[in-house]
Design a protein around this ligand. Structure first.
Ligand code: ATP
Ligand code: MG
Length: 346
């Protein structure tokens, strides 16, 4: 089971040098504003994904006046490391340098809920593809290879289109694009189908007022009546004109409707947060079923947007899943029924 036992930060955001030890179950992290609660979760997210959920400029993570930011975590038997010096990032696994982020991600399956998480519903499709691909990556052994193959073909095809190369040189990439694209689509479609049951279950628990009104719509990124090969053929003239591959799995999306209307149009902010929580819990359940181990759930500022009843309900579901979780709050009184043993103060 993935269990985070320790996190060390050096020169990371507001932290000079700190070490945190965690419980295998629920960990409540309490601290005043600006005490570094979000920074702590951000450091973990960085190890798990290579990205920050707050900035695309990773230099900002280095503590002011320091040269380097270093993050280390002990997860099960593995030691995961990330260091940033100027524009250079180094990754380590069990003391050895590793080249790909996927090597670290494989050992740290994290899910994240923040006060910004409603953007999964309100922003464009990119976030929702990332959500699906998080699932795909951990659910299907060869997902990453297929995803990379598709990205490579797409990148090369787009470059050829932009350079105005002859048709034969642009469409040289179509075989790989169609092959990998169709497989990527199958993974995502299967994953959405598998997610539907657990999602309905968690929506019923967290948002009983929406029970039986939810529908899920997966869009593959091209017209459904056509195969990807046919769609590419039909779109070829437009691709040439726009100098860009406009259809395919890189345009995929998954939408959720209540009473036939998009969730982001009908749900309040608190409901949106609970809906995203239901999505993450559904993923966590699928993950556990498929892999026989558990994800680690990070919840930044749990009380934000949620009333007392909904806070307790969400926390009860997290506890029921028996996964490790890190939950931050400014004030312990906002999280009822939590034992002090689980509390870490910043
Ligand atoms: N590169 C940096 N160097 C030094 N300090 C930084 C750096 N980046 C951010 N900080 C500071 O780190 C502090 C912690 O920020 P963080 O957002 O983690 O706090 P928080 O506990 O989540 O607060 P809140 O309860 O308001 O969400 C802030 O005061 C911020 O200004
Ligand atoms: Mg914060």
């Amino acid at each position: 089971m993935a269990c985070l036992s320790r996190l060390s930060l050096t020169g990371f955001r507001c932290f000079e040098t700190v070490r945190f030890d965690f419980d295998p179950g629920l960990n409540i992290i309490q601290g005043a504003n600006a005490s570094g609660k979000t920074a702590l979760l951000e450091a973990l997210w960085l190890l798990a994904t290579g990205r920050s959920f707050r900035t695309t400029h990773l230099q900002q993570l280095i503590r002011h006046g320091e040269e380097e930011a270093v993050v280390f975590a002990q997860v099960g038997v593995h030691r995961l490391g990330w260091a940033r010096n100027g524009a250079h990032t180094r990754l380590h696994l069990d003391g050895d340098s590793v080249r790909t982020q996927a090597a670290l991600s494989a050992h740290l399956p994290l899910q994240l809920l923040t006060p910004e998480s409603h953007r999964l519903l309100t922003d464009g499709p990119k976030r929702r593809r990332q959500f699906l691909d998080w699932g795909g990556f951990y659910h299907y052994g060869d997902f990453m290879a297929v995803w990379r193959s598709y990205r490579q073909a797409l990148k090369q095809r787009n470059a050829a289109l932009r350079q105005g190369l002859p048709t034969s040189l642009v469409r040289l990439w179509d075989g790989q694009l169609i092959d990998a694209g169709a497989r990527l689509d199958t993974f995502r479609r299967d994953y959405v189908a598998a997610l539907a049951g657990p999602l309905e279950q968690y929506v019923a628990e967290l948002l009983p007022e929406l029970k039986d009104e939810l529908s899920i719509h997966y869009h593959s990124g091209w017209r459904q009546s056509l195969s990807l090969a046919e769609a590419l053929e039909a779109g070829w003239a437009q691709d040439q004109l726009r100098q860009q591959s406009r259809i395919g799995p890189h345009r995929a999306d998954v939408r959720f409707r209540i009473h036939g209307r998009e969730v982001e149009q009908v749900l309040s902010r608190g409901q949106q947060k609970l809906f995203v929580s239901a999505l993450l819990l559904a993923q966590a359940q699928l993950f556990a079923r498929a892999r026989g181990e558990a994800v680690i759930l990070l919840i930044d500022d749990l009380p934000a947007e949620l009333d007392g009843t909904r806070r307790s309900r969400l926390l009860a579901l997290v506890k029921n899943l028996e996964i490790q979780s890190l939950v931050t709050t400014t004030d312990l009184a906002l999280i009822p029924g939590v034992e002090a043993a689980h509390t870490l103060r910043l």
